[in-house]
Design a protein around this ligand. Structure first.
Ligand code: UD1
Length: 447
């Protein structure tokens, strides 16, 4: 038996009872898509991956029980659970409910093997240092979409009084009780803000984080921490003030809806409007977190109706290509850039897509070109000249959101598209093929 299969079996065997198999990170599944059908129907949106990850890490801040609802069933969440269990944390999952209790932590280490598969593993650093006074967390190294250093996480923790040295590829942090301070980050960083906010909750005195990320996931984490007893003001603005407390306790929290998943379904629906009347209602969504995305969809010609917890998109024509520029929230999210490139690829006119957050986030361009898209890269801008139709081909997913753009392109390409390496997609979308198929898309997973 090949080693990879043996490893997969071992992972399956260790899965606690009652837990649905997580998407297998070694899976070689592909998606087979037959394009040309307008999507129609209703689909529920899952909980936000990027909110659930820091919230699960926040369980390390207390010996109390954290009950988290609406946790998406994704490979990245399984990786976080594995990381926490490796530290002696109890993680029990039943569907989308997860109960975490860190009352018998035996290790404060995040090993390279897990951190390299998921950069967000670095979110355990702040909580570990704050509660246990030490942590050994692997440096993430490079990743498909750019260098992505963690220097701001380190700088902030040092300002809070930790000493951090790099030892054999690991960040080794030590601290007595952290001391509140003022931190101005060099750039807006989402997980950096989250790591420092979590650490500051147990510091002595007041911490101010300036230039903080305003992403809704930061607010969701702050709400969960507040329920655990933290004193946080200003989450959702660029100045977060945290008054440290002696200890945090258990809490219940429901994870916010995934705005990127919502946006991805909206773009998929709008793109298929080129073939007839597309009409999709997304339930359990939070459209108020998607203003920039909804504006661009309207500009592309889609009709949108946002309710309190739902959003409906209708489209019955070829989209207009739109131009956009990614930037920190509330501006247009980098995690939606690739999907809009697929929309522009079949749009009328020319769209200019400028990426300002990550330096190498155009990996999907070469694959979209295999489907017949006309895209030229000029520095950090992709210039997309829309064509009336794409034609199906075999393509390869390179990262999470790039995979989503290939699925959308497949849904609007004539003939068959095979998307390979969809383990990237499974990191962030729960059984996306089943939900797209429920909307009438001709899409299936093949082994
Ligand atoms: C988070 C999201 C990711 C999203 C990204 C930007 C999670 C788990 N992931 O990633 O989906 O694409 O925000 O919205 O929430 N940087 C540094 N030094 C640091 C930290 C960041 O130079 O210490 C740079 C990065 O290389 C990047 C920019 O700052 O160019 C923003 O990155 P950041 O917001 O930190 O991204 P993540 O938190 O990793």
């Amino acid at each position: 038996m090949p080693d990879s299969l043996r490893f997969t079996e071992a992972v399956r065997f260790r899965r606690p009872p009652g837990e649905r198999p997580s998407p297998d990170p070694l899976s070689m599944d592909k998606l087979k898509i037959e394009g040309g059908v307008p999507l129609r129907g209703e689909v529920p949106v899952a909980g936000a991956k990027n909110a659930a990850l820091p919230i699960l890490a926040a369980a390390l801040l207390t010996d109390g029980e954290l009950q988290v609802a609406n946790v998406p069933q994704l490979a990245d969440i399984a990786t976080m659970a594995k990381l926490l269990r490796g530290m002696g944390v109890r993680v029990e999952r039943s569907g989308t409910d997860v109960v975490v209790r860190a009352d018998a932590v035996t290790s404060t280490e995040a090993p390279y093997e897990l951190v390299k598969t998921m950069r967000a593993s670095v979110l355990v650093l702040g909580p570990l240092v704050a509660r246990f006074g030490r942590a050994r967390v692997s440096l993430p190294g490079g990743c498909a979409i750019g260098a992505r250093p963690v220097d701001q996480h380190i700088k902030g923790l040092e300002l809070l009084g930790a000493t951090i040295r790099i030892d054999h590829g690991y960040m080794v942090a030590e601290a007595p009780r952290l001391k509140g301070t003022r931190i101005v980050t060099d750039m807006v960083t989402v997980t950096g803000t989250e790591n420092l906010m979590m650490a500051a909750c147990l510091a002595n005195g007041e911490t101010v984080i300036e230039n903080a990320a305003r992403e809704p996931e930061v607010v969701d984490l702050a709400n969960c921490l507040t329920a655990m007893g933290a004193r946080i003001k200003g989450a959702g603005t660029d100045r977060i003030v945290i008054e440290g407390v002696q200890r945090l306790g258990g809490a219940r929290h429901r994870v916010m809806p995934d705005r990127i998943e919502t946006g991805t379904f909206l773009v998929a629906a709008a793109a298929t409007g080129a073939f007839g009347a597309a009409d999709v209602l997304l339930r359990d969504a939070a459209p108020q977190t998607l203003d920039a995305v909804l504006d661009k969809l309207r500009e592309a010609g889609a009709v949108l109706e946002a309710g309190a917890n739902s959003v409906r998109v209708r489209m019955d024509k070829r989209p207009r290509a739109v131009s956009l520029r990614t930037a920190p929230y509330p501006a247009f999210p980098t995690d939606m850039q690739a999907q809009f490139m697929a929309l522009d690829a079949i749009g009328e006119g020319v769209g200019r897509i400028t990426e300002t957050i990550f330096e190498n986030r155009f990996m999907h361009v070469l694959e979209l070109q295999r489907l017949g898209a006309h895209v030229a890269i000029e520095g950090n801008t992709a210039v997309v000249q829309g064509v009336p139709a794409l034609s199906g081909a075999k393509v390869m997913a390179t990262d999470l959101r790039a995979s989503a753009s290939l699925v959308i392109a497949g849904l609007v390409a004539s003939g068959e598209t095979i998307v390979d390496r969809i383990y990237h997609l499974d990191r962030g979308y729960d059984r996306v093929e089943q939900r797209l198929a429920a909307l009438g898309g001709r899409i299936e997973r093949v082994k």
